[in-house]
Write a protein that binds this ligand. Structure first.
Ligand SMILES: Nc1ncnc2c1ncn2[C@@H]1O[C@H](COP(=O)(O)OP(=O)(O)OP(=O)(O)O)[C@@H](O)[C@H]1O
Ligand SMILES: [Mg+2]
Length: 315
């Protein structure tokens, strides 16, 4: 079982509009609501992969109830932590030409009691977990050291923990030795404080996160593929994508694929790459099912192409 923790989930409303016209009434031609949040995406992808998952979510108000109902309808078990503030609603405006504009709300501030209830729920639900995956930004009320605390508690309980976050929340957790962290290229560059121009730059930056405590680093490099830097070795994986439809949630699908395949070594990297490639071929944040995967298209090598320039360098 893979337990996911999303400290700041959302109700995602997407409006399809012909074109955005500031200051005017824009009439939507379509509308949809989805449960949102990076750990929620991981749970959806883990479910699609046929593995058990439980999603731990602080939920409040009518939007929170709707998030729980939508996940329930998708067969995803939710461990809800009731909070006084309403779960945030995020708005996405999808224009006909493919441009997506997102408005993300800050979300409710968690009280001291709610913080404690969240930690206690993770503890009680992690008994039969193979992995805990902690994903996304922290809501107001949770200190940047909150993920560090979660990693320490998971290890005290003998459970492996994956962390997909950025900025101070990531840096503060590294000394607690998370089993894997999954930065994208921009998050990796920010963590080491320098630009990334080549695959070798990314590999060196990932190695630095290991020196700072991460046991393994799964660095997703967008169209360039993924690197796994671990004690057992470093591997580079990639897969061609015929048509990119949406890269939203591709990193979340990758982490789900990595954990569902055991969470260590080149086979798990290959699964991560297969899930990422499949996710970008699907619309919105739709998570791939086994039929969407093309494992034969994935290449994984221990000979990292260090001099290869990144198609999407980070300056
Ligand atoms: N344009 C692309 N072409 C081919 N593969 C892609 C492309 N974009 C993403 N991928 C695949 O998906 C993986 C994850 O993408 P990316 O690095 O953009 O994640 P991310 O920024 O963490 O995304 P998110 O946080 O929205 O889930 C990549 O490492 C790669 O395997
Ligand atoms: Mg990401």
């Amino acid at each position: 079982m893979i337990l996911t923790v999303t400290p700041n989930p959302s109700l995602d409303r997407t409006y399809e509009v012909p074109a955005l016209d500031r200051g005017e009434v824009v009439r939507a031609t379509g509308e949809r609501v989805d449960p949102g949040g990076k750990g929620v995406n991981v749970s959806r992808a883990v479910t699609a992969a046929g593995r058990r998952t439980v999603a731990v979510l602080p939920l409040g108000g009518a939007p929170g109830a709707l998030v729980a109902a939508l996940l329930d309808a998708q067969g995803i078990e939710v461990a809800a932590v009731p909070v006084a503030g309403a779960t945030r609603s995020n708005i996405a405006l999808a224009e006909a030409d493919g441009v997506l504009t997102k408005i993300n709300a800050p979300g409710p501030e968690l009280s001291a009691a709610e913080r404690e209830a969240l930690l206690e729920t993770v503890r009680s639900r992690s008994r039969d977990a193979d992995w805990i995956a902690c994903c996304g930004s922290l809501p107001r009320g949770l200190a940047p050291s909150w993920y560090a605390e979660l990693v320490a508690r998971a290890h005290a309980a003998g459970v492996r923990i994956a962390l997909d976050t950025s900025g101070p929340a990531l840096l503060r957790a590294l000394p607690e030795r998370p089993d894997v962290v999954k930065p994208n290229a921009a998050e990796l560059a920010e963590a080491v404080g320098r630009p990334l121009a080549t695959v070798g730059d990314a590999a060196r930056a990932a190695g630095e996160l290991r020196e700072r405590g991460a046991r393994a680093v799964l660095a997703s490099l967008g169209a360039d593929g993924q690197l796994l830097v671990s004690e057992a070795g470093t591997w580079f994986g990639a897969a061609p994508v015929a048509a990119v439809r949406s890269n939203v949630g591709a990193g979340d699908a990758s982490l789900a694929g990595f954990l569902a395949a055991g969470g260590t070594g080149p086979e798990a990297l290959a699964s991560a790459v297969a899930h990422g490639a499949a996710a970008v071929g699907l619309p919105g944040s739709v998570m791939p099912a086994p039929a969407d995967l093309d494992p034969a298209a994935v290449t994984v090598t221990a000979e990292v192409p260090v001099d290869r320039p990144l198609k999407e360098p980070v300056s």
